[in-house]
Write a protein that binds this ligand. Structure first.
Ligand code: PLP
Length: 457
């Protein structure tokens, strides 16, 4: 181990990491990046097959974003939005976002944007808005939020409660009260024998209806969903899923919170994932590609009716008492604004849609390899699930850690991908990836899967 590795193991507590394994193996230290590639401290090059943590949409080394940050830092390094103070980057970014978003579901009034620093704090804000809104609307019983098993919504006390992965709850005394989890919409894993996607979606919607009835419709306020589940296993919902789920939500006056933290800004070949997956959200959570992760920034898109309902009560109390020191940080906002301008100038959504077709074709072809039970995705987002026995969909033993093994074999071949729960490998490259680079990525992954098959057979 070199000096930096030693220091890392001594002084850095790594998030979302096997702490014991980290002490044994040490870190992979990445030093620089350019486009879709990054280099480690030994000079080895990797394809960043997960765009960092699903976030570096424009790719690495984008000078225009560096310039936007430097310019804003020189002009006004910090500015706040508390107590009616404002600054140009937050105002112009909000206006830009309002143009990007689909119309609010009710169709009347603008979106407003409440900024944060991460997807987690934005989803925490969502929980607080649900509470505030229902309290001021005189429905103080209507507070429960339904999330889904395998959904990923972050790690703060509130957002980790929304997250439907037990490892994020165990030993943390989570979830908090008032957060419920309904079925994971994973057809490959949870459909009954012979059950079509549509029939599976009908069953899940009926289960949701049952849960709401059991809890009492006047106690259930919101449902949160990612258009495609990311960290929980790259799960694409079955055909007709959101249509059927939304009919249940509408019947019981339950708002739909759309977590676009991964799927927002072109990932599925549409501006937002909701448009690709047939969702009509009431509110949206945005982060990651909003700034291509050059600086941390997130936003909650708040519809006009929610803002209107909170206006008078905040007058009475003296403030809508929520927000962070760094809400709408001018440097992060300036970078996010420039990022979205670059998306427009380079027609990046259309590019993602076009290259995404090739990406999906290469992904689907991996389904022919041994031990690949399912491939799935949309646009430039994909996953594959490893199984011991493909025809019986029989899983590997958990202790085999096969996704971690395949990710390690990919890493040896110069490709960074992510091993997820459920023996799934996730792929989510920067949106600037070209068709030739998609081939390079999938050639590496295919070679890793072949090596895995050889050592496993
Ligand atoms: N929501 C989704 C869908 C995510 O994928 C993530 C992070 O991966 C989050 C929320 C949390 O975002 P952050 O890690 O910025 O807190």
């Amino acid at each position: 181990m070199d000096h930096l590795s030693d220091l890392d193991r001594h002084f850095v507590l790594h998030p979302a990491t096997n702490l014991a394994a980290h002490q044994r193996q040490g870190p992979l230290i990445i030093e620089r990046g350019e486009g879709i590639y990054v280099w480690d401290t030994q000079g080895k090059r990797y394809i960043e097959g997960l765009a960092g943590l699903w976030c570096v949409a424009l790719g690495y080394g984008e000078d225009a974003l560096v310039d936007a940050a430097a310019e804003q830092m020189r002009k006004l390094a910090y500015g706040q939005l508390f107590a009616s103070r404002s600054h140009e980057p937050a105002i112009l970014l909000s206006e830009k976002l309002a143009h990007w978003l689909p119309p609010t579901r009710s169709g009347d009034g603008p979106w407003r944007f409440l900024f944060g620093n991460s997807g987690s704090d934005a989803n925490d804000t969502q929980i607080k808005l649900v509470r505030y809104y229902n309290n001021v609307a005189g429905r103080s019983q209507k507070k429960k939020i339904i999330s889904r098993w395998n959904g990923y919504h972050g790690v703060t006390v509130g957002s980790a409660s929304l997250t439907g992965l037990p490892v994020f709850h165990t030993h943390f005394d989570l979830p908090i009260e008032g957060i419920l989890h309904t079925d994971c919409p994973h057809h490959f894993r949870h459909a009954e024998a012979g059950e079509s996607e549509e029939a599976f979606a009908t069953r899940l919607a009926a289960n949701l209806e049952g849960m709401i009835q059991e809890e009492g419709p006047d106690t259930v306020a919101a449902f949160i969903a990612e258009p495609i589940m990311g960290a929980g296993g790259l799960i694409v919902p079955p055909a007709t899923y959101f249509e059927k789920i939304q009919a249940v939500l509408e019947r019981h006056d339950v708002i739909l919170i759309d977590d676009e933290v991964i799927t927002g800004f072109g990932r599925l070949g549409t501006p937002f994932g909701c448009q690709a997956m047939g969702m009509r959200p009431d509110t949206m959570t945005l982060a990651k590609a909003l700034s291509s992760a050059y600086l941390p920034i997130s936003a909650v898109a708040v519809p006009d009716w929610m803002h209107e309902a909170m206006k008078e009560p905040s007058d009475k109390l003296g403030a809508f008492a929520h927000g962070f020191t760094y809400s709408g940080h001018p440097v992060a906002a300036a970078v996010a604004l420039r990022n979205l301008q670059l998306f427009e100038e380079r027609d990046l959504i259309a590019h993602a849609a076009r290259v995404g077709q090739h990406f999906q074709a290469r992904l689907a072809a991996l389904g022919e390899l041994p031990f690949v039970g399912s491939t799935r995705g949309r646009g430039l987002l994909g996953g594959l699930e490893l199984v011991r026995d493909v025809s019986a969909k029989r899983r590997f033993a958990a202790e085999d850690k096969v996704a971690i093994r395949v990710a390690a074999l990919a890493l040896e071949r110069g490709l960074l991908v992510r091993a997820l729960a459920g023996d799934t490998i996730a792929i989510c490259p920067p949106l600037v990836i070209t068709e030739a680079q998609v081939d390079e990525l999938f050639d590496c992954l295919q070679s890793a899967l072949r090596a895995f098959a050889d050592e496993t057979a």
